[in-house]
Design a protein around this ligand. Sequence first.
Ligand code: GDP
Ligand code: IMO
Ligand code: MG
Length: 427
Amino acid sequence: MPALVLLGAQWGDEGKGKATDLLGGSVDYVVRYQGGNNAGHTVVVGDQKYALHLLPSGILSPGCIPVIGNGVVVDPAVLLSELSGLNERGVDTSKLLISGNAHLITSYHTTMDKVTERFLGSRKIGTTGRGIGPTYADKINRVGIRVQDLYDESILTQKVDAALDFKNQILAKLYNRRAIESGKIVEELLTYADQLKPYVSDTTLVLNNAIDEGKVVLFEGGQGTLLDVDHGTYPFVTSSNPTAGGACTGSGVGPTKISRVIGILKAYTTRVGAGPFPTELFDEDGEALRRIGGERGVTTGRDRRCGWFDAVISRYATRVNGLTDFFLTKLDVLTGWERIPVCVAYEIDGRRVEELPYSQTDFHHAKPVYEYLPGWSEDITKAKSFSDLPKNAQAYVKALEEMSGAPVSAIGVGPGRTETIEINSFL
Ligand code: GDP
Ligand code: IMO
Ligand code: MG
């Protein structure tokens, strides 16, 4: 089992942090491969709760080496404050490795993110405002600043100048904002250089050597499949590739090394930000899912939009990620409903559609076709094995598995590490 990927199968917040933490104790490396501090991964260990944004959840497992891969965008101020926050709580962060090729989020990226959203008005994406999109845009436009640039002042200055030449025109002429001084940005970035230096390394080499030595590497996705810039509900997506292929490009580990791709799947659906969401609920059921599931954003504090499980989406996630299995989370939240609707197909302009439509127009017109599964009322939070679950909860899991096209290997019945039913071992 050299390398495995764990990623979000829906619109993010599926419980990736908990799942990663659970495996963290048994793997050698946990690698973030895309996204940045737009992520909010919650890990509950005993009575301690951690909210991680940029750091891989493996940082909480003492034997594990956390890695920030080249595909991640790094806000150095956020990274340092996250590290010191963990240090204050007694977590050893000294093993962290950061790719020198990862791109830096600067203050002009967060400014651009916010002004662009304001400019879009009612067409806005509802981003996290963390500068993610503008930083990836600069990377693709080849005017980005990388971690390694912090160690050559002359190159750093040239690059920041080049990036701001164009942006200042836009800021001043289009958004009516004051231009940003290049010198100030360089000065600020240089203050991070020494503090980050001990962590910076050639992570591609480290990871490939580790795999060759038989070590186990776990890739931890941020966001989710439907937020993928290529495979998600574009343009209401993030600006990176959370899907399985992103683990390769975002780390420099080839696909032949990856033997398992685990989709983290919530037993219902949530979404933060704008964009289509066929099973979204606007009634008391939606309110109940939000309340019982604690569905409030870890990063922005926004209420999450809530809806029933959508099997069209989970089938799609199986397809575009080549999922080998699922970790089904938050089954406990569904306790108490007499019957639970599950979306099995869409009706689009009078037609029944079984697969996610590739056309944005069709997806915006999609109406859920529901099947109703019998619910359960027993408390399942203490269940340790599949057979401990009430028959209807077992049937719900089996139905989701059947509809989604991959087996469920673990079930979350509470936020804590131990509140998990393991069906097949992941390692
Ligand atoms: P991530 O972004 O995918 O890591 O997920 P978040 O941390 O943003 O949101 C998931 C939330 O659900 C967190 O508050 C977790 O503590 C919580 N959680 C994870 N798994 C379970 C579960 O099986 N049951 C319950 N009740 N909560 C869970
Ligand atoms: P985790 O890793 C849920 C959403 C934002 C917005 C869109 C684009 O915790 O699952 P961005 O700031 O990335 O440009 O915003 O993506 N989004 C998330 N939604 N969970 C996340 O991360 C998200 N990260 C970004 O709400 O709709
Ligand atoms: Mg989250």
